[in-house]
Design a binder for this molecule. Structure first.
Ligand SMILES: [Zn+2]
Length: 165
């Protein structure tokens, strides 16, 4: 007389047949990315991929700074004391930092890259600290915010298909 005791083999078979196949063989479908997609839903690797495309776009469409011997380097940084700061340009190191954990969404990521790229084009080293007014009235900041407005939709139009490939 056979006893119907589930064997370990049957248990494994059932696991593979049900959850197993789902988990092992089906790649998660990449969700479509929009300007309003929250940055924190994407993860560092994905944000890095998008940032790279944005800076390539900036280089090709906003130009480069010929006063500098090297192209700026950029990186995503997880560390920032002030949670209101999303980006920074260090004109001494010629380095752009994106504080990706403070970013709201993809739109803000792109705007920040454009903003910092604009600073990289400006003669920051010689002129930035000469202005004694407030941040909001600083001519180089006004120009950087204007660059965001001017370029954001064109940049997204040009990279969105590649971002979602
Ligand atoms: Zn700025």
């Amino acid at each position: 007389m056979a006893t119907r005791r589930p064997s370990f083999f049957n248990f494994l078979k059932k696991l593979v047949m049900t959850e197993g196949i789902e988990n092992i063989y089906r790649k998660p479908k990449r969700m479509r990315i929009y300007l309003k997609t929250p940055a924190q839903s994407l993860g560092r690797k994905e944000l890095n991929r998008i940032t790279s495309m944005v800076f390539t776009w900036c280089k090709n469409n906003m130009g480069i700074n010929n006063r500098k011997a090297y192209r700026p380097i950029w990186s995503l940084s997880s560390y920032c004391d002030d949670c209101n700061i999303v980006g920074d340009y260090d004109h001494i190191e010629n380095e752009i930092l994106i504080y990706y954990k403070n970013l709201e969404d993809v739109r803000e990521l792109i705007a920040t890259c454009i903003h910092e790229w604009q600073h990289q084009l400006q003669p920051c080293r010689s002129k930035y600290n000469k202005f004694k007014g407030s941040y909001n009235k600083h001519p180089m900041e006004i120009e950087a915010y204007a660059a965001e407005k001017l370029h954001l939709s064109n940049c997204w139009r040009d990279i969105r298909n590649k971002v979602n490939r």
